[in-house]
Write a protein that binds this ligand. Structure first.
Ligand SMILES: Cc1cc2nc3c(=O)[nH]c(=O)nc-3n(C[C@H](O)[C@H](O)[C@H](O)COP(=O)(O)OP(=O)(O)OC[C@H]3O[C@@H](n4cnc5c(N)ncnc54)[C@H](O)[C@@H]3O)c2cc1C
Length: 326
């Protein structure tokens, strides 16, 4: 059917659906209802079954495309030509995909193959006057822009944690599909897959994050950040200042050039709250900051601002939590 919206579901290591894809599906369903257009999903990979069956938890219908090439090569180059052919064949109007490394690669390749525009890093997507309206945060969060496509087609990449994924009451159905034959792009060989340092604490998925900044004063200081995070069963985050100083790996960095997080609780220790940090954590449900400077910018947007020395406050919280647990 012409004019449908397509959600590209991404497979995470282990075979399940990437969380960002469930979020993208939730947004697409919402705008599909508004536009009166059907929404379908697609999962392409060496073994797409599990992720596709998870994607139909959020969409009424998804293709599952088995593409063995995706196992040994960078997925985008292996699947983009066939996917572009399928999109053209089915007369789809817009594509939504997560702004992950693979999602961004694929969006760029589809844009070149289809001649469609791309709007990147959306924090929200609506629908007005026959097309999507795409909200983007630019200049390190200083400006919010709202853009539309000039024509009737377009590709949108959506930031992780833009919305909370909402499952359907009843799961949809998966259909096994074969992509149409298309001229291949030069394959990009995957030489090695390396687990990200610090991946044991996936901060993008954490409900509670305890983050440390320059005020933590060194790798030893991060001990108290870790201790408090362990006590709260949360993950450890950091500012760029702490990462650049080599106190903690980049995998923990939150902000414009780090990760975007949306936890229920964000506890900031010794963090000034610069705009480049704020854009990565401002959508946390509750922000608690501990800073010895009463004028630190984070005080302007924290829900609870504790003016004090983190080396006194954080151990006191740990002690209180332990005392309550008995
Ligand atoms: C292009 C660009 C991209 C950037 N991307 C990012 C990014 O992704 N993420 C990011 O975080 N930053 C980013 N930055 C850097 C950003 O501008 C700030 O420099 C950085 O966030 C500051 O980190 P901080 O809050 O740890 O350090 P500071 O700004 O130095 O703040 C430290 C705070 O700790 C407090 N403090 C000190 N000792 C104690 C104590 N004992 N107890 C309590 N409080 C104490 C101080 O009062 C101060 O407020 C970027 C900058 C640029 C230009």
């Amino acid at each position: 059917m012409a004019g449908e919206l397509l959600v590209i579901g991404e497979i995470q290591s282990g075979g399940g659906l990437a969380r960002v894809s469930a979020e993208v599906a939730t947004i697409a369903r919402r705008i599909g209802e508004r536009a009166g257009r059907p929404v379908e999903g697609i999962v392409i990979g060496a073994d797409p079954g599990r992720a596709a069956s998870e994607l139909v938890g959020y969409l009424p219908f998804s293709h599952a495309v088995s593409e063995p090439e995706a196992a040994d090569h960078a997925a985008a180059a292996a699947v983009a030509p066939g996917l572009a052919a399928l999109i053209a064949q089915r007369g789809l109007s817009h594509v939504l995909v997560g702004a992950s490394p693979d999602g961004r690669d694929l969006a760029g390749m589809l844009s070149a193959l289809l001649g469609w525009g791309v709007l990147v890093n959306a924090i929200d997507v609506g629908w007005e006057g026959g097309g999507p309206t795409v909200e983007m945060s630019v200049f390190g969060g200083r400006l919010l822009t709202s853009s539309t496509f000039a024509g009737e087609h377009g590709i949108v990449t959506v930031r992780p944690n833009a919305v909370v994924a909402e499952p359907l009451a009843e799961a949809g159905r998966v259909v096994e599909t074969v992509l149409p034959a298309a001229a291949a792009l030069p394959a990009v060989n995957v030489v090695q897959r390396v687990a990200e340092a610090g991946a044991a604490a996936p901060i993008e998925e954490a409900r509670i994050i305890v983050a440390g900044g320059r005020g933590v004063a060194g790798p030893v200081g991060f001990g108290i950040v870790q201790e408090l995070a362990d006590e709260l069963k949360g993950a450890v985050g950091a500012t760029r200042a702490a990462v650049d100083a080599g106190w903690i790996p980049y995998a923990h960095q939150i902000g414009q050039t780090g990760k975007i997080v949306k936890p229920a609780l964000y506890l900031a220790l010794g963090i000034s709250g610069a705009i480049q940090h704020k854009v990565g954590m401002q959508t946390a449900e509750t922000i608690v900051a501990v800073n010895r400077d009463a004028d630190a910018p984070i005080g302007e947007y924290a829900d609870l601002f504790v003016v004090g020395d983190l080396f006194a406050v954080a151990p006191a919280i740990v002690a209180e939590l332990r005392a309550r647990r008995g």
